[in-house]
Design a protein around this ligand. Structure first.
Ligand code: ARG
Length: 475
């Protein structure tokens, strides 16, 4: 998780007195509250590394095309590196009067290195600067997100492997449907996360495009080399239209869409874990480290982590709608509205990273109560479809077989017996096609083992799916 938040003490200490890099066009000072209201340094300071990296690349490019001298570029670079160290060490004095991370750093650069610092902003605007910083920041955060997602997938593969033979009832409508293996169930979650990982890769392509060079909106009169800036900053592409470059926030929305889908998956897993850890199901133990007690009810062990993940899913959806709504009325090109893109984006990044981390840890220690799951699968006539399929194999049309089994189940309910507990004589009351080879298919093990095809729940299919998944994984 990002550790770049300033402590509140440091935020309070933000000064409003430093000399503003203000516009000569304005004759009156900014209203003090407006200054604070319009500032973004309170939250955009977390992009300082990216801002400095972008500025060094910009200066290097300007020197390479002859707009700055080598010496000027070197002074600017050294100054910016000093500022990075000051910020790293908590020695930098952030100022609300300087509005945002960009102007705070530029003002400090000028204070440190003098006149030459004023040349850094040549051929650039905060509009292309901020768009670049946000992309660089998001790109940097995609890496840890990807690795936490990867870690969660690894944890799921390990549980799936360990529990490839463990049987639980599979549900439709939350009613017992057919027996499935726990490994198969884990691999269903794994599949969802594979799609999420693909979406992240895809989104990253569009994040990794360089806006710098668009300047305020129309480009610049200086002979800039955008290919070089892109290369220096590790961008794969360049935003090809300057108006679009400064106003585009699609990449942030795409990332938040990816995050919303992933959180939706985590929320669904959470829902299952909450149900499974209830006294009524009692299928899993989440581990004490991931639960809390109640302040009044001594017996309680609450599944707080999955509940909170389910809750946090809503804020990520909220952030997505925040960004969509932020963009929908904006004419080209940059508008100050865009300053509002950062908090939802940062919140989504933090929430997602935290959620993945805690989930990966939790799934690494989850324990499964195989007996309880097995007993639950024995209730609810989970092998009824197997009996119908058995009759079909003996030549009975499926619809007739369905009816025979329906009658057998009704009889079982009346006499409080599972299908496997009925005698051959009892079963034969419903069809003369039933013989004593029926019992092997009525067991839970027989039922899961029979679903032995690609994507089926049979333990050897689960093992094959795990093996295939591992062969596909990049490390
Ligand atoms: N703090 C601003 C933002 O986050 C930076 C860009 C300001 N540009 C401007 N023309 N006022 O969007």
């Amino acid at each position: 998780m990002s550790t770049l938040f300033l402590s509140s003490k440091r935020l309070n200490a933000m000064t409003t007195t430093s000399k503003k890099l203000s516009s000569a066009r304005l004759t009156q000072p900014t209203n003090a509250f407006v200054e604070e209201f319009t500032a973004s340094v309170q939250f955009d300071h977390r992009m300082y590394k990216q801002d400095i990296k972008g500025s060094i690349a910009h200066a290097t490019m300007l020197a390479s095309v002859g707009v700055l001298t080598k010496d000027e570029c070197q002074k600017i670079t050294l100054g910016l590196e000093t500022i990075a160290t000051e910020i790293d060490n908590g020695e930098f004095e952030w100022s609300i009067a300087q509005e945002d991370v960009h102007m705070n750093i530029e003002a400090r650069l000028i204070a440190l290195i003098g006149e030459v610092g004023k040349k850094l902003h040549t051929g650039r605007s905060r509009n292309d600067q901020v768009a670049t910083d946000v992309r660089l920041y998001l790109r940097d955060m995609i890496e840890p997100i990807r690795s936490e997602l990867f870690r969660l997938q690894e944890a799921l593969l390990a549980v799936a492997e360990r529990e490839a033979d463990t049987i639980l009832p599979g549900f439709t409508h939350l009613q017992t449907a057919q027996p499935v293996t726990f490994g198969h169930h884990m691999m269903a979650w794994y599949e969802m996360l594979c799609r999420d990982a693909e979406r992240l890769d895809d989104c990253e392509k569009r994040v990794n495009s360089l806006p710098l060079g668009a300047a305020a909106l129309a480009g610049t009169t200086f002979p800039i080399d955008r290919e070089l800036t892109a290369k220096l900053l590790g961008f794969d592409r360049i935003c090809l239209n300057s108006l679009d470059a400064v106003s585009d926030r699609d990449f942030a929305i795409e990332f938040n869409s990816f995050a919303s889908l992933l959180m939706m998956h985590l929320s669904r897993f959470s829902e299952e874990l909450i149900i499974w850890s209830s006294a009524q199901f009692d299928f899993v133990d989440l581990g004490d480290a991931f639960c809390t007690g109640s302040s009044i009810m001594p017996q309680k062990k609450n599944p707080d982590v999955p509940e909170l993940i389910r809750g946090k899913t809503s804020r990520v959806y909220g952030n997505l709608f925040n960004l969509f709504t932020l963009m929908k009325n904006q004419p080209l090109a940059y508008n100050k509205d865009n300053q509002e893109d950062k908090e939802p984006l940062f919140d989504t990044i933090d929430t997602l990273l935290g959620s993945l981390r805690v989930y990966a840890d939790m799934m690494s220690v989850i324990t499964v109560k195989a007996d309880n799951m097995r007993n639950a699968a024995l209730r609810g006539y989970a092998t009824a479809t197997d009996l119908a399929d058995y009759l079909v194999r003996k030549g009975v049309p499926f619809r007739d077989a369905h009816e025979v089994v329906g009658l057998s189940v009704a009889y079982g309910i009346k006499h409080q017996k599972d299908l496997s507990e009925l005698s051959l004589q009892e079963l034969q009351m419903f069809s003369d096609q039933i013989s004593d080879d029926v019992f092997e298919i009525l067991t839970l093990e027989g039922s899961v083992a029979a679903r032995d095809h690609l994507g089926g729940t049979a333990p050897n299919q689960v093992r094959a799916a795990i093996q295939f998944a591992r062969s596909q994984r990049k490390s």
